[in-house]
Design a protein around this ligand. Sequence first.
Ligand code: SF4
Length: 303
Amino acid sequence: MNEIITEILKLKKEKDAVILAHNYQLPEIQDIADFVGDSLELSKLTANVKASLIIFCGVRFMAETAKILSPKKDVLLPALTAGCPLADMIDTNSLALLKEKHPNASTVCYVNSSVEIKAMSDVCCTSANALKIVESIDNNEVLFVPDKGLGRYVAEKTNKKVILYEGYCPTHFRITKEDVLKAKELHPEAIIIVHPECPKEVRDISDFVFGTGGMLKFARESKYNKFLIGTEEGMIYRLKKEIPNKEFYLINSKLYCPNMKKTNLQLLYESLSEFKYSIEIPDDILERAQQPLLKMFEIESKL
Ligand code: SF4
């Protein structure tokens, strides 16, 4: 194990690479990464990173986002088949039909979507800024794609008309109301924090709703010491590592995203040594997909 880590670090230096890892990655990938974070943190980073090669340990839409924001750089996704079932729930035909049905609506697309869907959207958002983005756009009618979990959460908090698409994250939808009640019985003094991708009945009985970056910040800064966490299990490793003096428990033991766990040290090594798998996006799609991401950053900078 140590040998492969040494080789990865050597190759990283030789190739002027930076390793980015999402909060849901395996512990050994989080440990070797230069930066670990949520989609917003990592997408901001990719836009400013100095290294010429970006290795994105996450799923395909994240590596695509890095390429869109840093088109001149090479971006590699170590696990070729690491996709996102939520992102795959919408295709360009379904979105075209939805837009046709609601011609006056602006399309807000969660960053958990393919480059083609981003290219058809007006503005992107992440779980951390979705509400602010919807509130900031100059239109009272919004098509929110593809995640109905996050979309519903936003719809509850805004006066705008939010039209939802039927996509959902299979991992976060594995949390039930009963799971939360059972976990609370086991840890009655714990504060419950769940991800906005969770079903409404789960959010409704939780104490706080945050994306992964928000969870980390809240757990670090709040006066509470014990937390029940409703998101992918990789986040528990990050929380325990960053905040070792507090306690974190997963709401149930099924919160495992198989795609997020496809990247391992061997694939990371092969990615660096064999330059795979390079993210390639046709120029015209990349340019169109870049606009809604830049619009998101522009809105963010004014908030
Ligand atoms: Fe997609 Fe959900 Fe897995 Fe994230 S946790 S990659 S949204 S399926």
